[in-house]
Design a protein around this ligand. Structure first.
Ligand SMILES: [Zn+2]
Length: 207
């Protein structure tokens, strides 16, 4: 990594994604708590989401105390699906939220909750199911790329609910470009063999 790297998006300069990163405002404040191994990952997409949102923050670490999510006037909700989580739309009843997103693999996220009981004690909400068609196309295309990719999509889906009718899909533009570059780098044939063909009902090439 001695090559010149963009200090903002952390991509090598020739692949800088900054021109594609929007600058969106929201009532909801997004706070990403990122597992340290994720921060070293080449496809660090939560960072792209945070850069595109005016008030969003990203903290890297394994241990977090309540001062990490202290936010006067905002109710903190952990975006983490599970038995105790409620639909996000229901959680957004009274006033603006601070949406806390754990960025890492499932295993890392669960460990973060085990190691940080005060974080685990926060109310939890899950983003809405993917609408048929629209969002699922990302799921298919990115099926086997690292789990961190889903963070930015979860953030977009959550904001689309909380901030409706405003839409935050523009946040995905640098992410799409990143994934397309990744697909080109691995070669289209390899990508299709490993990522598309195992998906039932999906046959042949995409043009
Ligand atoms: Zn950049």
């Amino acid at each position: 990594m001695s090559r010149s790297v963009c200090p903002r998006c952390a991509r090598p300069r020739p692949l800088c994604l900054c021109p594609l990163i929007p600058s969106l405002s929201s009532r909801t404040r997004v706070l990403v708590l990122q597992h340290p191994s994720e921060s070293r990952h080449a496809l660090n997409t939560a960072r792209l989401a945070v850069l595109g949102l005016e008030r969003a923050r990203l903290l890297v670490g394994a241990q977090f105390g309540p001062q990490a999510w202290e936010a006067p006037g905002l109710r903190s909700v952990l975006l983490f699906p599970g038995e105790s989580s409620q639909p996000l739309a229901a959680a957004s009843g009274d006033g603006p939220l601070q949406l806390i997103v754990l960025d890492g693999t499932w295993k890392q996220a669960r460990k973060m909750l085990r190691d940080n009981p005060e974080l685990a004690a926060l109310p939890r909400a899950h983003p809405p199911m993917e609408p048929a068609g629209a969002a699922s196309r990302y799921r298919v295309r990115h099926a086997d790329l690292p789990g961190a990719l889903s963070s930015i999509e979860a953030i977009v889906r959550a904001l689309n609910v909380l901030e409706a009718p405003a839409a935050y899909d523009a946040l995905l533009r640098p992410f799409e470009a990143l994934v397309d570059a990744q697909i080109r780098a691995m070669g289209q044939d390899t990508y299709e063999r490993h990522h598309l063909r195992r998906s039932p009902g999906r046959k042949g090439r995409q043009a």
